[in-house]
Design a protein around this ligand. Sequence first.
Ligand code: BJW
Ligand code: ZN
Length: 244
Amino acid sequence: MFSETLIELLKKDPKICVLTGAGVSAESGVPTFRGKEGIWKKFRAEELATVDAFLSNPELVLAWYQHRRDIIDNIEPNPGHYALAKMEKHFSDFCLVTQNVDALHRKAGSEHVLEVHGNIMRNKCLTCGKPVNRLDFKEGDDIPRCECGGMIRPDVVWFGEMLPADVFAEANKKSFQCELFLSIGTSAIVYPAAGLPIAAKQRGAYLVEINVQETELSTYADEVLLGPSGEILPKLLMAAGIDI
Ligand code: BJW
Ligand code: ZN
């Protein structure tokens, strides 16, 4: 199932950079963005995760995020998250970059996670950026407001917005330096995060994709491991002789 090249590389304690997407949390019960699962009340995620959507219908967007927080509150990390937390402890140079906002990597025990698209449990003022802790929003509630009058929004990165500069700079640096890059459970179409595996490969890293189906990245990958990440990752660690 795994190439000898990959197993031998893992045994040499390579510098590793991992990019995860919604597919890693799918086995925990978090819907992915694209495909049928990404539809909520007839809206596609792409129609809701924008500043324009929030400005034109803040109740709808806040209700979507509340719906997603409610899901996350009631689920646990899966074996894929735990395997990645194990890898952080096992390898001497390991970087986990996630596009997910669900904080499940941290819940599974990963200590250093670069959350390039933010975190759904945090909020901030749309106008002044002041951080606000978790808010619970019920449909019919008034839109929560900052003391400056601005509307409170989730602290996540919407389309057309910049990623947190320091976090993304670190992710870029680690992808440039790594010897093994794993792209896991992401459709790899949303930039700039989708550029990380390509940049790593161009600088000589061995690129491995783990996904239940092929993606636009598959043709660049040195190895595509087809299947659920919650099954493949623990098997990969075992094959490399790493206790899980
Ligand atoms: C499994 C599995 C299992 C299932 N095991 N696998 C043209 C127009 C407008 C903008 C652009 C444009 N061209 C490029 C852009 C830029 C844009 C972009 O990339 N758009 C593309 C869609 C074309 N990017 C941006 O706007 C970014 N900002 C930016 O570029 O700033 C500079 C700039 C500034 C001003 C103007 C222009 C540029 C920001 C992107 C922010 C993305 N935000 C979201 C929402 C975050 C908050 C939230 O969660 O609500 O991030 S969108 C959504 O997509 C979310 C995800 O993190 C992201 C990626 O999705 P992901 O994780 O890959 O999920 P899926 O569902 O796509 O895929 C799941 C995969 O898992 C699938 O492949 C399954 O097969 C697999 N899977 N089960 C393993 N068990
Ligand atoms: Zn404010």
